[in-house]
Design a protein around this ligand. Structure first.
Ligand SMILES: CC(C)(COP(=O)(O)OP(=O)(O)OC[C@H]1O[C@@H](n2cnc3c(N)ncnc32)[C@H](O)[C@@H]1OP(=O)(O)O)[C@@H](O)C(=O)NCCC(=O)NCCS
Length: 307
């Protein structure tokens, strides 16, 4: 049999059906992935595929430029890579490695400072120049103080978004690794990632906390510095929502002295650790500058900005 020739190319709308089928096999737990992909207006040029002679798509890599704050107080254009998959029968043949090389060329031409992605299998990317970086987390067991929530904190409604966006902008104004959220992100990306079972709770002022009851995690939080009293209310509501006394709670949020003090009133056996799902790669920026951003104190990439 004649060996298959593989062509690497960008996609067209005619590829949508085959792409969705490939993602359905590679990501059976994320059936909503095509919806998010469809929100990237420039997706066809930036969705790169390895295609066989017979037209079958064997592998795919998608990247998109996103505005992400750096450690120097500015905003970088960052090539965010996601939806990486190859067909089960086509794995181990270097398709992804070659597609990543094309993506790097495209990101360079586009003027990206660096590239970001999140993965549970970093080994797929380290050979192509991405390096893992740690994200701090805090874990403890909920004590009796979390048996009830707080009257000031309630489930968020669509009418809360403008106030939440304002608080988010203040809290993250100088925070490295955070995305500069657009109105479109608030309207579509934020509710995409924080759809049930994830819960968003808010105060009337727009201070908010986001929890994942399925994993016991606090995944995002924003509390205006002028309302420090709201922090304890948000934390108590969050720990209560996650199950209350006896529940193991994990906070994937920047850990500072104020948070440590407040959480110490709610959790026992508190410990800090880190995860290493994030990977960064210099594109036009140099390695030290990228590293300074992704490892800066207080740096965080909120789940709601995933891509
Ligand atoms: C992960 C996946 C995309 C790899 O695809 P692939 O076609 O086998 O990738 P390639 O053959 O191009 O290999 C690229 C690199 O990944 C490495 N690799 C492949 N599978 C790996 C795995 N499961 N764990 C660690 N490294 C892996 C290869 O050794 C190679 O390393 P190198 O560049 O240093 O030589 C594929 O297994 C897949 O679609 N899995 C299901 C979906 C998924 O997990 N996607 C990634 C989400 S972040």
């Amino acid at each position: 049999m004649r060996p298959t020739t593989i062509t690497l190319r960008a996609t067209t709308p005619a590829d949508d059906r085959a792409l969705h089928a490939l993602w359905a096999v590679a990501f059976p737990d994320a059936p909503e992935l095509p919806l998010l992909h469809a929100r990237d207006a420039g997706r066809y040029d930036r969705t790169l595929v390895a295609v066989a002679d017979d037209g079958a798509i064997h592998a795919v890599v998608h990247w998109q430029p996103r505005p992400i704050r750096n450690a120097a107080g500015g905003v970088d254009v960052v090539g965010c890579v996601g939806s990486v998959a190859s067909a089960p029968q086509a794995r181990g043949q270097g398709h992804i490695r070659r597609l990543l090389a094309v993506a790097i060329d495209d990101m360079t031409r586009h003027g990206c400072a660096w590239s970001l992605m999140f993965s549970g299998t970093p080994g797929v990317y380290t050979g192509s120049g991405w390096e893992t970086f740690p994200a701090a987390r805090l874990r403890g067991v909920a004590g009796p103080g979390s048996a009830s929530g707080d009257a000031a904190v309630r489930p968020a409604r669509p009418g809360d978004v403008a106030r939440m966006a304002a608080v988010h902008a203040i809290v993250n104004a100088n925070r490295p690794l955070t995305t500069v959220r657009s109105a479109d992100d608030w309207a579509h990306r934020f509710p995409h990632w924080y759809a049930p079972p994830v819960r968003v709770s808010v105060t009337d002022d727009g201070d908010y906390v986001v929890v994942r009851p399925d994993t016991g995690e606090v995944v995002e939080m924003a509390c205006a510095p002028t309302r420090p009293y709201a922090l304890s209310a948000l934390l108590r509501a969050a720990v209560c929502e996650l199950g209350g006394p006896g529940t193991v709670v994990t906070l994937d949020v920047p850990i500072d002295a104020r948070l440590t003090r407040e959480i110490g009133r709610l959790l026992t056996d508190v410990s800090t650790g880190s995860t290493c799902f994030g990977l960064a790669r210099p594109i036009q920026s140099d390695r030290a500058r990228v590293r300074a951003t992704v490892t800066a104190p207080g740096a965080v990439h909120w789940l709601g900005d995933a891509f």
